[in-house]
Design a protein around this ligand. Sequence first.
Ligand code: ADP
Ligand code: ZN
Length: 518
Amino acid sequence: MNSPQHILEHVFGYTHFRDPQEKVINTLMAGNDALVLMPTGGGKSLCYQIPALARSGCGVVISPLIALMQDQVEALQEAGLRAAFLNSSVPYDEAHSIEEQLLHGELDLLYLAPERLLQPRTLSLLQRIELSLFAIDEAHCVSQWGHDFRADYLQLNCLHEQFPRVPRIALTATADKRTRAEIAQRLGLEAARHFVSSFDRPNIQYRIEPKDNQRRQLLQFLNNGQKDNAGVIYCLSRAKVESTAEWLSQQGYPALPYHAGLPAEIRAEHQRRFLREEGMIVVATIAFGMGIDKPDVRFVIHLDLPKSIEAYYQETGRAGRDGEPSTALLLYGLEDVVKLGQMVEASEGSEEHKRQERGRLNAMLGLCEITSCRRQSLLRYFAEELAEPCGNCDTCLEPPATWDGSEAAVKLLSCVYRTGQRFGASHVIDVLRGSENEKVRKFAHDQLSTHGIGKDLSGTEWRAVVRQLIVRGYLEVEGEFQGLRLTEICRPLLRGEETLLLRKLPPKAERTQTRNSS
Ligand code: ADP
Ligand code: ZN
């Protein structure tokens, strides 16, 4: 039987364990249970794959994500391991042959969807063979309070009763204290050792700026100490990926496009050059990054707002794996919020799903608009408390100025109300600024008392007010046209009983200086 270290090197081709992989593996090797909380990309898979190989018998991995199951199994097979999966997508004949292999001890790892595992037929099959461990991936699915509750997961506590001698490991990337306790209790893992990794990536400096002139902002960032550094730039659309890569090349930066619409050879070539050559920049849609493990990525830039904090965290997390100082820069605008909001509305999901997606998008916008430490806010989202402001994000390094936006907010809210609470931000702003354009006239909005009362602020400034009122819950965005609507909490503000401090947009010249001095 091979040692975990041997398997790490010879099967997976890595030299060192990441913290706390080795301790988790040793716990399972000793036959004990473990509960692992680690951020996405932290390296959870090895925590069960290695002990499954090092112990005798087959390891059973329970995962709710069928697509991921297939990817993982294919990757393991390529590495020469005897792995298979069973779920509703597997044809009968193939399932039968996998069962045969299982009975003959010919599998190292078997991936199962929870409903498949719980079938009496599967359970009795597993009773007849030697098992090395059970791994319960996405363990937060047992929590009835979470986003991803799955009733099947509740029944997984039967594993404890039916297979008392097989060690179990539950893994998740999202669990606050309460959910963790719930996982332990519902899965009968009270005696399990807990491994809780911090989500903090102290060497990543978080910077978030409103879009002003994004190419200029991008170039300023790159010119300011990022020459010859490797980085990833994320865009929402393929067209923008291509145009940005081309433009950067013209500016003298070695930039390669990467998105799912490119031929596979080109994608492989660009990925290979990014990994092998120094100082390459990849401009990509989110298709890029899965399985990329380049330690010296010095910056990750988002030219469009990610759709959730989870996505932002995962994508920025590709910077600075080597622990050296790195930067995550996000440029965002109200257009992004509208576009992403429309994508949510147009998606196939249920109403409940859309509601959750809207909530996630709003939390992401909230992170952009806060005036306090970004890292504290980011970590709090993952249920982790950072006692002090971090000192390594833009709001810590250059505290944003605020202004009394109460009057502006009242003007905006009144205008939203007067226009009937169904128009998007750009129209409402047109009315405030006294535009006489066709749409304004068509709806007779030039006749409203709020027409032209907001000429004192620019369009950009109004958009910043709108974003902040959305984030703080005064305005809701709804429907295909992303219409604005007032919420209950507006009342005290409208009655003049509340003061609202808003983040000040830095003047353009000042913004340039700030970056040069950092
Ligand atoms: P998670 O399941 O926590 O999201 P994965 O298990 O998919 O993370 O691992 C993320 C990436 O890190 C993978 O590319 C994996 O190969 C790599 N990885 C994991 N452990 C190590 C290690 N000890 N050394 C180097 N790379 C590792
Ligand atoms: Zn900070």
